[in-house]
Design a protein around this ligand. Sequence first.
Ligand SMILES: Cc1ncc(COP(=O)(O)O)c(C=O)c1O
Length: 389
Amino acid sequence: MGMKSETKFEKLVTFIKDLYPEYEKVPLHAPVFLGNEKQYLSECIETTYVSYVGRFVEKFELEIQNFTKANYAIATVNGTSALHIALLMAGVESNDEVLTQALTFVATTNAIKYCNAEPVFIDSEREQLGMDPVVLSDFLYKNARIGDDGFCYNISTKRRIMACVPVHIFGHPSRTTEILSICNEFNIKVVEDAAEALGSYEGANHCGLKGDIGILSFNGNKLVTTGGGGMILTNDKELAERARHITTTARVIKQFDFFHDQLGYNYRMTNLNAAVGLAQMENISKVLSNKRKTAQLYADFCRDHELNFFEEKTGYTSNYWLNTIFLKDKSERDEFLQYSNSRGVMTRPAWTLMPDLPMYRNCQQSKLDVARDLADRIVNLPSSFRSNE
Ligand SMILES: Cc1ncc(COP(=O)(O)O)c(C=O)c1O
């Protein structure tokens, strides 16, 4: 390691430790419980409403609707199940193809496979770190055509391309408006993976609501957590009703009988999880503004120390779920990961690109040089709520 980068790394690690004096080992993103979590959980236990019946699921859904301005929100057991159902609601069937990005968390791609559909990987762009609308458009113009039935088909595989899943990675909104207009041209549904993007906006629109359907995650490392949980967001009433039905085993209430009118899933969130989520939502403004301040402090520090920090661009609002820097190359990235993690500051790289995972090795893909370059250089920095703010 060169002298210069060692000094730079040392200063950054010291800066991070000063940001988070409350932690001996600074985590990447720790959950915080600032309000009524315990009280609402006790209420569940005292009333015995711990499972699918109880007041918290509906209240939590309403809270998410109010916050995101979605017409409908359906709570699920996790973000992955929300994605699975969202894809089914978008009409994805066995042997269809679904476009997504190579640089994402594995759950995005797994959900496509759960529908027995084939993922196709598109490159990322540097502005917002999401799917590149230009590469998407080139890919479709070269490889797709609209069939007599009005659907889009992949010329070489002959499979129907039914949906596209852009992802707002680390909470930074992707260029959904452009992606949407290309997909509309090719009659492809857009399912937004906004798992990491609660509190992120493109213009005035909350992420997850530009496309046909979107999803959120409330996993323990997200800025609002329910332990495990997810949410389907949509403005379409009919779609929302179908999603609610299919996530509750497709049960039709007929007095005493158990009757299920189609293949359903046991994907509904429990009252216990929703109780935590509701309490968390009561403090969301506080959490978001705390995280924005942290991002600003990182931005200022990085500017003064020749470090390349990702900042939101005009027209986009990021929740700065995970603050992100770009190092020079993979070897500098690995040196910093080693340096910081061995000194009690948890940092991590971006995900392995999807086609580099064994189960997705043979999937069709666009050129992926930007995604590959980003994956080699990205480091996520500790981004938890700071209690000393
Ligand atoms: C981009 C992305 N998609 C999907 C998921 C899946 O969410 P969950 O872990 O709640 O199933 C996550 C996170 O965990 C994610 O980061």
